[in-house]
Design a protein around this ligand. Sequence first.
Ligand code: APR
Length: 235
Amino acid sequence: MSKVLILSGAGISAESGISTFREADGLWEKHAIEDVCTAGCLDMNEEGTIKFYDARRVDIENKKPNYAHKVIVELKQKYPHDISILTQNVDDLFEKAGMKEDEIVHLHGYLRELRCRECDEIFDIAYQNQDSFAHECPSCGAKLRPNIVFFGEAAPKYQILTQELNSCKLIVIIGTSGNVLDVTYFAQLTDKSILNNLEPSNAIDDSYFTKVYYAKATEAIGEIAQYIEDFLENE
Ligand code: APR
């Protein structure tokens, strides 16, 4: 458990060219959540759901981490025990910036992975299409699925989020509209809190945050990193 929790969302990868979900032209404007990201959609729309995540996987192959990812990776390397990194993002831009697998928690799953629908074994398939990897689980022969948490499904890694929220003293929220995770509530649980989005969100009450930056993550991250370092040095 750490003193500082950095929790990111789609906005941190926006400047790397990966679409957010709810902004104009975002993914949920072009695709119906109930078709491709809701519990049961693999039964109702298996081909369409798999195709949707195949396309997302191909899309991230050549995307590069931006300055915000890189600064956060450097902070984690400097304060490995004092900072925890949790992300709602399913892309691999933190990893491409040098974050090790065990240094980051993907709360909503990870695009590069497939999961067996029966035995739950996980397979890293990089940027391949699901069917190019295998039609069935190499271990038990059952059907595979993208390792993504759909709306209405359990998100087992939220347990880690709860534990981190209980211990952290500073929470840093970057690039999330707060429609899925109630970040206003999180800010009320911690001594200090930072919010960085492009603009205010109807799902966030920014008056609960110690510091608010409405700016691109790559522009705000320098000051945010300095705040985190000062906070940790004075703890
Ligand atoms: N820098 C900082 N913030 C940005 C930037 C940027 N360059 N670009 C966009 N943002 C902010 C927007 O202001 C918005 O508040 O990122 C946020 C994106 O919000 P959403 O599209 O709702 O993404 P997110 O909050 O991560 O979605 C949460 O919803 O569909 C599910 O599982 C999916 O993990 C996802 C979850």
